[in-house]
Design a protein around this ligand. Structure first.
Ligand code: SMG
Ligand code: MG
Length: 385
């Protein structure tokens, strides 16, 4: 695959008219519980948006969790804001391109995960109609992406080491450990000893610490970590500046980065030297690409975060992770790390990498029979008033 210029403004940007919006809810059991500093999940409650347009259908996966514990958004809230505000606005908008969706929805403050799902569904419909893949449209420069895996807080060190050893065996190119006060230095030391000094290892606190912990967090410097992700609350950029000055381990922001302006501000203030890009968190793939571009311009490495997506969201993430600035392995793991069976064809790890889908739109086929079979709430149909 050669380097492709992004094609946002070529024939793939033919507008569509959205005729109806469907909201689907699916409960997907996880193959193993996933515990973070904010709680333990045993299933993924998924919200899917399907747009029905004059040019065909498109799908988007909303990354919000069932509860507002990672961010203020949550599944029921997203479904409500889409049904009450976003879908009606889109249905009234007439012909739209994905690149217009953000401005159509701009009258609603925040709700970025809900907006991202809607924009992605429109993009999928638009690109399927023009035969263009997400990868081509985004400006992907590689046919496959390096993958890491995010490892939850375990009941004890032995089970953590067994889980990590399994992922190493499968070929993952980077390990990320979830940490919280009381589960940090010991598990990190044990996993570093297991992996050896060269392996890529990083940690994610999901805001579980405060500035009173800076001296403690400095002890992580002993383990040669790639980065520490989001130790402090979302709004506290200043605390991350203080930490970055105090430790050698690079600080990476996740929750705090809600858009390009915040990203540039955090970089300029030296609060972060690496950024975790999640399209859902920032309002969509087009904003994610703008953050990528701003980081590339400033020599700030980025990597693709994950929100336990099904194959629908994963397809778009893998395409995003193929952009040139994504120089670190992402939380883009194979389908079997999460689910016994996926809602699309499975993403399979080959030599620690996932292939970027090459077909039109997201490039994957939604298994609508499974969406129906596993549905956890009635499907909602929103049409023009
Ligand atoms: O998709 O593999 C995945 C999960 C990656 O750790 C992950 N995501 O803060 O980066 C993060 C978390 C957010 C979701 S935790 C339920
Ligand atoms: Mg994170």
């Amino acid at each position: 695959m050669t380097t492709l210029a992004p094609v946002h403004s070529s024939g793939s940007a033919l507008p569509v008219v959205v005729e109806a919006v469907e909201l689907h809810r699916v409960a997907m059991p996880l193959v193993r519980p996933f515990e973070t500093s904010f709680g333990r999940q045993t299933a993924r409650e998924v919200l899917l948006v399907r747009v029905i347009t004059d040019a065909g259908d498109g799908w988007g996966e909303c990354v919000a969790m069932a509860d507002p514990v990672y961010s203020s958004e949550y599944v029921e809230g997203c479904a409500d804001v889409i049904r009450s505000y976003l879908a009606p606005a889109l249905l009234e908008a007439g012909t739209v391109r994905a690149a217009d969706v953000a401005s159509v929805l701009d009258f609603v403050i925040g709700h970025r995960m809900a907006k991202a799902a809607v924009e992605t569904a429109v993009l999928d419909a638009q690109l399927r109609a023009s035969g263009t893949s997400f990868g081509e449209y985004f400006g992907a420069v590689r046919p496959e992406v390096d993958c890491g895996v995010s490892v939850g807080i375990a009941p004890d060190l032995d089970s953590l080491l067994a889980e990590v050893a399994g992922y190493v065996e499968e070929g993952y190119r980077r390990i990320k450990l979830k940490i919280k006060p009381g589960w940090d230095l010991l598990p990190v030391a044990a996993v570093r000893a297991l992996l050896g000094p060269e392996a890529l290892l990083q940690v994610d606190a999901n805001t579980a610490y405060t500035i009173a912990d800076i001296d403690h967090l400095r002890e992580l410097d002993a383990f040669g970590l790639l980065l520490i992700e989001q130790p402090f609350v979302e709004e506290d950029i200043a605390a991350h500046v203080r930490l970055a000055r105090a430790i050698d381990t690079p600080v990476c922001l996740d929750e705090s980065i809600t858009g390009t302006r915040v990203a540039i501000d955090a970089i300029e203030r030296d609060a972060t030297s690496i950024i975790n890009i999640k399209a859902g968190r920032v309002g969509g793939y087009l904003e994610a690409i703008r953050i990528h571009d701003a980081c590339l311009e400033r020599d700030v490495p980025v990597w693709c975060g994950g929100m336990l997506e099904t194959g629908i969201g994963r397809a778009a993430n893998v395409a995003l992770a193929a952009l040139p600035g994504f120089t670190l392995p992402g939380d883009t793991s194979a389908s079997n790390r999460y689910f016994a069976e996926d809602l699309t064809e499975s993403f399979v790890l080959v030599d620690g990498r996932l292939a970027v889908p090459a077909g039109p739109g997201s490039g994957v086929t939604v298994r609508t029979e499974l969406v129906e079979e596993w549905k956890s709430r009635p499907t909602q149909l929103i049409t023009r008033a």
